[in-house]
Design a protein. Structure first.
Length: 118
């Protein structure tokens, strides 16, 4: 499985922005797809964004037009730019990956906490 480390979380006011990073311990050029999930207190983990090896992106309806996922193969890092933050975006954000289209997700890391409050 691909080893990934999340970072970039923090506490922000509503309307603020953050850029989360998901750094891989190996080249991501051939990684089939990378995902950002989040888990709010008392709720199930949910998929918020994904990006494929070809650069195709997909988003949960709740974050469309506010979140942008991107990958920098030269830095082995996938980013999640999150804008217009809302209190309901408060959660621990995790990244994960599928090495190929046939492999399952890897184990979960520590995640990075995003807290949105005034």
């Amino acid at each position: 499985q691909v080893q990934l480390v999340e970072s970039g979380g923090g506490s922000v006011q509503p309307g603020g922005s953050l850029r989360l990073s998901c750094a891989a311990s190996e080249s991501i050029r051939s990684i089939w797809s990378v995902y950002w999930y989040r888990q709010a207190p008392g709720k199930q983990r949910e998929l918020v964004a994904s990006i494929t090896i070809g650069g195709t992106t997909d988003y949960a309806d709740s974050v469309k037009d506010r979140f942008t996922i991107s990958r920098d193969n030269t830095k082995n890092t996938v980013y999640l730019q999150i804008n217009s933050l809302r209190p309901e975006d408060t959660a621990v954000y995790y990244c994960n990956a599928r090495r190929t289209m046939f492999t399952p997700l890897g184990s979960w890391g520590q995640g990075t906490q995003v807290t949105v409050s005034s």
